[in-house]
Design a protein around this ligand. Structure first.
Ligand SMILES: Nc1ncnc2c1ncn2[C@@H]1O[C@H](COP(=O)(O)OP(=O)(O)OP(=O)(O)O)[C@@H](O)[C@H]1O
Ligand SMILES: [Mg+2]
Length: 288
């Protein structure tokens, strides 16, 4: 059985063999199934970005192997090139890397590298821009004229325009206001619904991960400390706390309510859902 992404005994050292060597990944074993949406959380420096940079061969493991769609990336250049297109990686703060003259040029960068025909590139650029909600008149502007949120959308559109089998986004909503953040997350959910692609989302936000992911991986000190469903992971709040992570506040409120004897669910990860449940309970108690 092949997986879109598989890592076997992967370790990675920055500045390997020097006095400043950093062991950023330590013996990682991981299989990501087709169509999964995997959320990766972990404290700053836990290895999240280093991990996902292995998924498309951007970083090569110091030890172990990375296997994409059954092909070991260690084998040859062609396999590595294919992996770059199969796994679309959008970096943390991607707007820093917009560098073409126009927004359209930036979105076209990946598809051009894929050597697609020009008309196919054009149609993909328009489709991706529309999908992420960039108005057509922005396409001829310089990326530097865009707002922060628009730049982020343009960078994500550039990865989507490659139509990768695996979409990997490193902190796609970081630094955006709550409205912008929710729009980006809704966009990712919608994109997955439409394409059925496999997706990996790195986030600092436990709320975001809980609301969007099927499976959660917790990184800690370069290792996978936990791997399970949202409910499995969030029920281990004491261990999470030791890794500098907190379950969402709203979840903690519901866990506390349950401890106090109230008949409430504890898998509540959004304030909206919490409010809905409380409204229903209050409604039940007071017929007025
Ligand atoms: N280019 C680099 N050179 C040397 N060390 C690095 C480099 N990039 C990251 N590191 C180190 O590798 C470890 C893992 O870093 P990484 O960026 O993967 O963590 P992260 O979980 O993505 O953090 P953040 O949440 O801040 O984005 C950290 O100790 C970090 O200091
Ligand atoms: Mg990072």
């Amino acid at each position: 059985m092949t997986y879109p992404v598989e890592l076997r005994n992967v370790s990675f050292y920055y500045s390997a063999g020097t006095p400043i060597q950093v062991a950023a990944l330590k013996n990682i074993n991981l299989k990501i199934g087709r169509g999964e949406l995997v959320g990766i959380i972990g404290h700053t420096g836990s290895g999240k970005s280093t991990l996902i940079s292995h998924f498309n061969g951007l970083l090569r493991p110091s030890e172990g192997s990375v296997i994409i769609d059954g092909e070991d990336l260690g084998n040859d250049k062609e396999t590595l090139r294919a992996a770059r297109f199969k796994v679309g990686l959008c970096f943390q703060y991607p707007e820093a890397q917009l560098f073409e003259e126009t927004v359209a040029g930036d979105i076209a960068f990946g598809p051009k590298n894929m050597k697609l025909p020009n008309d196919e590139i054009q149609s993909r650029v328009l489709k991706a821009a529309e999908f992420v909600g960039l108005r057509p008149e922005l396409l001829d502007k310089s990326p530097f004229d865009l707002s922060g949120g628009e730049k982020r959308r343009a960078a994500i559109a550039g990865v989507m325009a490659m139509e990768p089998e695996v979409l990997v986004l490193d902190e796609p909503a970081a630094g955006l206001d709550p409205g912008g953040k929710n729009e980006i997350l809704a966009m990712i959910t919608e994109y997955r619904k439409r394409t059925g692609c496999t997706a990996v989302l790195v986030s600092h936000s436990m709320e975001d991960i809980a609301n969007i992911a099927d499976r959660v991986i917790v990184m800690n000190g370069g290792t996978i400390a936990m791997d399970g469903t949202v409910n499995e992971i969030f029920s281990r709040s004491a261990e999470l706390k030791n890794m500098g992570l907190n379950v969402p506040e709203i979840t903690r409120i519901f866990i506390r309510l349950r401890e106090l004897g109230y008949d409430v669910p504890t898998d509540v990860y959004s304030v909206e859902k919490g409010a809905e449940i409380l409204r229903e309970i209050i409604g039940r108690r007071s017929p007025l």
